[in-house]
Design a protein around this ligand. Structure first.
Ligand SMILES: *Cc1c(COP(=O)(O)O)cnc(C)c1O
Length: 402
């Protein structure tokens, strides 16, 4: 009886999700990830423009990265079948970690299976019940989960509101916190907004706090040599902890990392549960990421291309009358409000060979549904113009723009 009731309850939740227009369907891509991809629908293959990958530098199908990954399979095998401390650390792991540290100017770095794991790992070993974490209210789900796993007191500040941040830091201090860690996304991915990391560091200095930045939507393509938001704002030396992903601009494979002082990295190697109890990153992913970081560091031409693409798309879409969120970042959300409208908009764009994803609750707050477009260095101006034309046509059909 109770088993039956359980499955009925799940079925009811699924029906509700669908009825609310919040169903997330997965489309099948049959080509590599790139600016123009092939999708299969009802057995028919077709080519569509892709505006929703985190493939900022266009490296997901880069031949040099693919060759590096293939060579690593030959020289280092396919997988590790071990956690790092048992028999899962190859020279490639240390090579990648040292490269990340050198690139970001930290003592060391430690890799995880994903940045979700890095964020799940980082708090609990470093902070205890005597400590406090002050976290931006829009921080990524993995940060929120990581903080939940840690016994430190939790404070949330209104997103990007430095006044509120300082109030929360003061509150934590007054409550007797031993160590206070301020945590922010470098870039808020649902809005395309860059955090004021320099401003956060100033407050941290005044109150003796540590600072952590999750730079997943910046690493590789923001700042000098793609070193991210702290470097862009000239505070890389002040930020204590950077977490980021190998699964977005840096080739889009898999893996995450924490870059920090050696005391932090060493302690994470001893205590971080997703490191101690989960498989080591596979050799081809390591070699691909090493090559991707090399290409990203030397990739000013790619960063110029993304900036030009973002400026072009933003200005044309704004001129067409769309409401856009964010600023100065290749994430350009087209705000639609209603979840059903956003889903329908995305469906019609696909009919016009433009692949985008509608984001709705719980990924974004209710009634702020949007289509989040993401520019890539892999897009040509012609391709973007095709996308803009399709947006305008569908926008008129659905009476979003005149
Ligand atoms: C994508 C993302 C993550 C998760 O990274 P994975 O390596 O895919 O697990 C964590 N934080 C932020 C801000 C992200 O955008």
């Amino acid at each position: 009886m109770s088993r039956t009731a359980f499955y009925e309850r799940l079925a009811e939740s699924l029906r509700e999700i669908e009825a609310d227009g919040l169903w997330k369907a997965e489309r099948i891509i049959v080509s590599p990830q790139r600016g123009e991809i092939e999708v299969e629908q009802n057995g028919v293959r077709r080519s569509v423009l892709n505006l929703c990958a985190n493939n900022y530098l266009g490296l997901a199908d880069n031949p040099e990265i693919m060759a590096a990954a293939q060579e690593a399979i030959d020289s280092h095998g396919f997988g590790m079948a071990s956690v790092r401390f048992i028999c899962g650390t190859q020279d490639l792991h240390r090579q990648l970690e040292r490269l990340i540290a050198e690139w970001l100017g930290t003592d060391d770095a430690i890799t995880f299976a994903a940045c979700f794991d890095a964020n799940g790992a980082v708090f609990e070993p470093l902070l205890g019940p005597e400590d406090a974490i002050v976290s931006d209210s829009l921080n990524h789900a993995s940060i929120i989960d990581g903080i939940r796993l840690c016994k430190a007191a939790r404070h949330r500040f209104a997103t990007g509101d430095l006044g509120d941040l300082e109030a929360k830091v003061t509150e934590a201090r007054a409550a007797g916190a031993r160590t206070i860690l301020i945590v922010t996304d470098g870039v808020f991915s649902m809005d395309g907004v860059t955090a004021d990391v320099a401003g956060i560091c100033e407050i941290a200095d005044r109150h003796g706090c540590l600072v952590m930045v999750d730079d997943c939507h910046a690493s590789g393509f923001i700042g000098p040599e793609g070193r991210g938001t702290p470097a862009l704002q000239g505070v890389a030396d002040r930020v204590d902890i950077v977490t980021s992903t190998l699964g977005k601009a840096l080739g889009g494979g898999m893996g995450g990392f924490v870059a920090a002082r050696s005391e932090i990295v060493d302690l994470l190697r001893q205590r971080a549960r997703p490191y101690l109890f989960s498989n080591a990153v596979a050799p081809p992913l390591l070699a691909g990421a090493i090559k991707a970081i090399e290409l990203a560091r030397a990739g000013d031409h790619l960063r110029d291309r993304i900036s030009a693409n973002a400026a072009h798309f933003r200005s044309a879409m704004g001129a067409a009358g769309f409401t856009l969120a964010g600023q100065g970042h290749p994430i350009i959300p087209v705000m639609l409000g209603d979840a059903v409208l956003a889903a329908e908009f995305a469906r019609r764009l696909l009919d016009r060979d433009v692949y985008v994803t509608a984001f709705s609750f719980p990924v974004v707050p209710r009634d702020t549904a949007r289509i989040r477009t993401q520019m890539s260095a892999a897009h040509s101006t012609d391709q973007l113009d095709r996308a803009i034309e399709a947006f305008i046509a569908v926008g008129r059909e659905l009476e979003v723009v005149a």
